[in-house]
Write a protein that binds this ligand. Structure first.
Ligand code: BGC
Length: 783
C-alpha cells in the first residue's frame, strides 16, 4: 500500500511512530500502510539479532560476513574499496531484512585511549569524511539506509552517556563536525544518529544548536535524526531540538513525555507532524528497492548476498588495510622455502573485530595459524602467552617453549595485540602498552632468533618501543573474518600491505594531544588542545612520534617529482591545482597513497596547525610506471571556520602545499597565493585603535575626525590630503614600530578600544566624536 503524503493519523498514532517498537524495529501502522523498519549494527558487517536477544554475543545474531573494522579500512585510504564494502554489506542487509545500517562511525580519534577507536576511521576529518561518504553512498545505492554516528563529539567511552564535551566553535566545525558534514552534504544519509554525550552543555539528542542550527539549517539535512540507543533523557526536549525517532522502544515513556510536552506547550503538534513526515519519508525510501527485498530470509547463501564472494572481498580489503610499519633489510615478504615458527595465542585465537554493539557473527573465520599452516609445510606453533586469565599454563613456560621454537626456525612470526578485555565499546583503555607477558615473550623470542617479525592485532594504537629490537612490524588492526588469510598473503608476498596509518602512533601517552584534558572532571571534558588533534598536534608542537600519520611501507618504492602548483579563478571561486608525477621505482607492482597537506598563512595569532590533510589519492602502479596525480582544491577546502560570522573563510596570502608519503615524509613542496574570502571587518567604536589604523579607510575617518573641530560635522571636515598624509604616516612610520605594526608611540594603546579611550581624562576621543565616527564610517562604506 502506498503511504499518502500525510496519512490521516490520530495524535496518539503519530506519537507512537516517534519511538521504536522494540529493540531494533520502528513502529508500524499496518492499517495506514506503514510498515516497521529494521535497524541493525553496523558498520563492518550485519549484526541482526536472532530471536529476542540483543545480539551482543556473536552466537546471538545471524551469521554475516565480518569485514575488517573501520580502524583497518581507514588505512586503505581507498574510496573505491570503501564503496565495494558498502555495497557488499548492504546486500547482506537486504538479504537479512535490514532497512537501515547503523554506521559509519565518524567520530574523530581524539585520544588513542578511546575504547571504541576501532569503530572510527581516523584522527583526520577529511579522511574520515571521504571514506565514510564513499561507504554511505554505496550502502544507500543498494537500497539500504545508513546512519552516520555518533553525532557529535562522542570521542571517549569514559562516562559516555552524560559527559559534556566542551569544545570551541572553530574546533567543532573544523575537526569534530567536519566528517559528518562531508557525509551529509555529499552522500545524503537517510538517517543520522545523535550521540549519548552532551555537547557544550546539552545532550546531543536534545541539542537544538547541533540538530537544528548546524545539521538542518546550515548543512540542509532533510533526513531523519534517530537517537543512539537510550540517548534520550527527555523525549519532549529531544523532539523540540529536532530528534525524530527515539530508539529503542522506551516502554511508553517517550509517548508520555511527548503528551505531557504538548499539554505544557513545550512542544507543538507541528513539531510532531514534522518528525512523523520524516519517519514516513524514511519508510517510503526503504520500500523503494533497487531489486526484490528478501525480508527475514535471515540465512547466509540467499540469492541476494554472495557470502563466498564477500569473504574474498574481506580478505582483499584486510590486506589493502594492513600497514607495514617497518621492514629492515627487506625481510618481508618471506622468501619461499624457509622454515617458520608461528608464535602467539592470537595466531590461533585471533582478535579480528571489536567488542560491543558492532560484534558480528562471522560466516567463515580463518585464523592466521590455519592460513599460514596451509602454505608453509612443517610450521611450528607455540602460543607463547595466554589470552584468558584462567588458563592453567604459566606464561614463563610458554615463553620458553616459544623461544625454543623460534631458535629452531629460520624466521619467527610473533602475533601480539590487545585482548578483548583491553578494549571495547563501553570503556576506555588505561594504557597504550601491549600486555606485559606479551612483551616478555617477544624479548625471549628475539633473543632466540633475531629474524623475528611482529604482527599486531588491535583496534586502537599501541606504543611500539619494542620495535627497535625486531626487523619488521605489520599492523593488521582488526582485520575481519578473512584476516588470517590476508596476513598470510602479505607475509608471503601474494598481496602487498596496502595500508597507511590513519592515526599517529605516539611514543608515549603523555605526548598525546588530549593528555591533561581527558577524561575530564566534574562531568565535563574540555577539548583544550583545540584544533591540534593527532598529527596536527605532534607536527605543530614538533614532537617525535613512533610512526607518523600517513606512514606505511610498500614492497616497492615510489618516487615523487615535478610538482606544479597554480591557481585559477579569483576570490571565493579560486581553485588551486597541484599536479605531480608518481613513479613506481621498484620491481613489484604496488600502491601508494599520495597525501597533499596545506599550511595556511599564520601571522594573525589564530591557532594554526602546521599542516592539514587537504587531499589524498591511492594510486596503483606497475614497476617502472609513472602517472600524473592531480589535486583540485577549492577555497572552502582551505578555509577556516570563522565564529564571528558563522561562515567558512579563507585568509588571503600564501598557502604552503606539501606532497608526501606521510605527514613527516614530505617529498615535494610548493605554494599557492589565495585572494581570500575574509569579510570586510565590521569596525565599531568598540574596535581597538590598531584595527582602525590597519584599515586605510577607517584610519582616514579617524584622522579626519581627530583633526576636525569638535563642532564641525564630519563630512565637512578635514580635506583628503590631511587624512592621506596622516594614514601614510601611520603605515610608513617604521623603523620603530611596535605591536601590530604600529609606530612605537602608538603600540602601547593599540589594543585600546576607541570607546574605552574615550573614558580617560583629557582624551581627545569624546562620546560625540564616537557617534560621528560611526556615522562617517557608515557613510564611507555606503551604508
Ligand atoms: C551504540 C551504537 C549502536 C547502538 C545499537 C549503542 O550502544 O553506541 O553505536 O548502533 O547501541 O546497538
Amino acid at each position: 500500500m502506498e503511504i499518502p503524503a500525510m496519512p490521516d493519523l490520530t495524535l496518539k498514532e503519530k506519537i507512537g511512530l516517534l519511538s521504536g517498537a522494540g529493540f531494533w524495529e520502528t513502529a508500524a501502522l499496518p492499517g495506514h500502510g506503514i510498515r516497521s523498519l529494521v535497524l541493525s549494527d553496523g558498520p563492518h558487517g550485519i549484526r541482526r539479532p536472532a530471536g529476542t536477544a540483543d545480539g551482543l554475543e556473536p552466537g546471538d545474531s545471524h551469521p554475516a560476513t565480518c569485514f575488517p573494522a573501520e580502524c583497518a579500512t581507514a588505512c586503505s585510504w581507498d574510496r573505491s574499496l570503501l564503496a565495494e564494502l558498502g555495497t557488499a554489506v548492504a546486500r547482506e542487509a537486504r538479504a537479512q531484512g535490514v532497512d537501515v545500517l547503523l554506521g559509519p562511525g565518524l567520530n574523530i580519534k581524539r585520544t588513542p585511549l578511546c575504547g571504541r577507536n576501532f569503530e572510527y576511521y581516523s584522527e583526520d576529518p577529511l579522511l574520515a569524511g571521504e571514506l565514510g561518504a564513499a561507504w554511505t553512498a554505496a550502502v544507500q545505492a543498494a537500497g539500504v539506509g545508513a546512519s552516520p554516528k555518533h553525532f557529535a563529539a562522542n570521542n571517549q567511552e569514559a562516562d559516555r552517556m552524560r559527559v559534556d564535551a566542551v569544545v570551541d566553535q572553530r574546533t567543532l566545525h573544523e575537526i569534530y563536525l567536519r566528517a559528518f558534514e562531508i557525509v551529509v552534504r555529499t552522500a545524503g544519509p537517510w538517517t543520522v544518529m545523535a550521540a549519548y554525550n552532551k555537547v557544550n552543555g546539552l545532550h546531543a539528542a536534545e541539542n537544538p544548536w547541533l540538530l537544528g542550527t548546524v545539521l538542518r539549517d546550515t548543512w540542509g539535512y532533510e533526513g531523519a535524526v534517530i537517537s543512539d540507543w537510550g540517548a534520550v533523557t527527555d523525549r519532549a526536549a529531544a523532539l523540540a531540538a529536532g530528534l525524530d525517532l527515539e530508539m529503542p522502544a522506551s516502554g511508553g515513556l517517550g509517548a508520555q513525555e511527548l503528551s505531557a510536552g504538548l499539554d505544557a506547550g513545550t512542544v507543538t503538534e507541528q513539531q510532531v507532524d514534522t518528525a512523523v513526515e520524516r519517519i514516513l519519508a524514511l519508510v517510503r525510501r526503504a520500500s523503494v528497492q533497487p531489486g526484490p527485498a528478501q525480508h527475514d530470509s535471515g540465512q547466509p547463501g540467499s540469492a541476494a548476498a554472495d557470502y563466498a564472494a564477500h569473504h574474498e572481498l574481506a580478505r582483499r580489503a584486510a590486506a589493502a588495510s594492513m600497514v607495514l610499519l617497518q621492514n629492515d633489510g627487506g625481510i618481508l615478504p618471506l622468501s619461499p622455502g624457509g622454515s617458520l615458527a608461528v608464535i602467539g595465542e592470537l595466531a590461533r585465537t585471533p582478535r579480528y573485530q571489536g567488542s560491543g554493539s558492532s560484534r558480528v557473527h562471522p560466516v567463515h573465520l580463518v585464523t592466521p595459524l590455519a592460513a599460514l599452516a596451509d602454505q608453509v609445510p612443517d610450521l611450528l606453533f607455540e602460543p607463547g602467552y595466554v589470552l584468558s586469565a584462567d588458563s592453567p599454563c604459566a606464561e614463563e613456560d610458554l615463553a620458553d617453549m616459544a623461544a625454543a621454537a623460534a631458535a629452531a626456525a629460520d624466521t619467527a612470526v610473533v602475533f601480539l595485540g590487545l585482548p578483548e578485555t583491553a578494549e571495547s565499546e563501553g570503556f576506555d583503555r588505561t594504557t597504550l602498552e601491549l600486555p606485559g607477558p606479551q612483551l616478555e615473550l617477544l624479548d625471549a623470542v628475539v633473543t632466540a632468533n633475531p629474524r623475528t617479525i611482529v604482527v599486531l592485532s588491535n583496534g586502537g594504537a599501541v606504543t611500539t618501543e619494542w620495535a627497535a629490537a625486531v626487523p619488521a612490524v605489520l599492523e593488521a588492526w582488526l582485520p575481519g573474518e578473512a584476516g588470517g588469510s590476508a596476513v598470510a598473503d602479505v607475509l608471503l608476498g601474494r598481496a602487498e600491505p596496502g595500508g597507511r596509518l590513519a592515526e599517529t602512533i605516539p611514543h608515549r601517552l603523555a605526548d598525546t594531544a588530549a593528555y591533561g584534558n581527558y577524561p575530564g572532571e566534574d562531568g565535563a571534558v574540555r577539548y583544550g588542545e583545540g584544533l591540534l588533534v593527532g598529527y596536527r598536534w605532534y607536527d605543530t608542537r614538533g614532537f617525535a612520534v613512533a610512526f607518523p600519520f600517513g606512514h606505511g611501507l610498500s614492497y616497492t618504492t615510489f618516487e615523487y617529482s615535478e610538482l606544479e602548483v597554480s591557481t585559477v579563478g579569483a576570490g571565493a571561486s579560486q581553485l588551486v591545482h597541484a599536479d605531480l608525477t608518481l613513479t613506481n621505482a621498484g620491481s613489484r607492482s604496488g600502491s601508494e597513497v599520495v597525501q597533499l597537506y596545506a599550511g595556511a598563512p599564520d601571522d594573525d595569532g589564530r591557532q594554526r596547525p602546521l599542516r592539514e590533510l587537504r587531499g589524498f589519492e591511492k594510486v596503483q602502479l606497475e614497476p617502472g610506471e609513472s602517472r600524473r596525480v592531480s589535486f583540485r582544491l577549492d577555497v572552502r577546502t582551505l578555509s577556516r571556520w570563522d565564529p564571528g560570522t558563522g561562515t567558512w573563510v579563507a585568509d588571503a596570502g600564501e598557502y604552503r602545499l606539501e606532497v608526501g608519503a606521510s605527514s613527516r615524509d614530505i617529498r615535494l613542496s610548493g605554494a599557492a597565493a589565495l585572494d581570500g574570502t575574509v569579510p570586510v571587518s565590521e569596525l565599531t567604536t568598540g574596535s581597538p585603535i590598531a584595527e582602525w589604523l590597519a584599515d586605510p579607510d577607517a584610519a582616514a575617518v579617524l584622522v579626519d575626525a581627530l583633526s576636525a573641530p569638535a563642532s564641525a560635522s564630519v563630512s565637512d571636515s578635514a580635506p583628503a590630503s590631511v587624512s592621506d598624509s596622516a594614514s601614510a604616516s601611520v603605515s610608513d612610520s617604521a623603523p620603530e614600530s611596535g605591536a601590530a605594526g604600529l609606530p612605537a608611540s602608538l603600540a602601547l594603546v593599540g589594543s585600546m578600544p576607541l570607546n574605552r579611550l574615550a573614558r580617560f581624562p583629557g582624551s581627545p576621543i569624546t562620546p560625540a566624536l564616537l557617534q560621528r565616527l560611526e556615522a562617517e564610517r557608515r557613510a564611507r562604506r555606503g551604508g
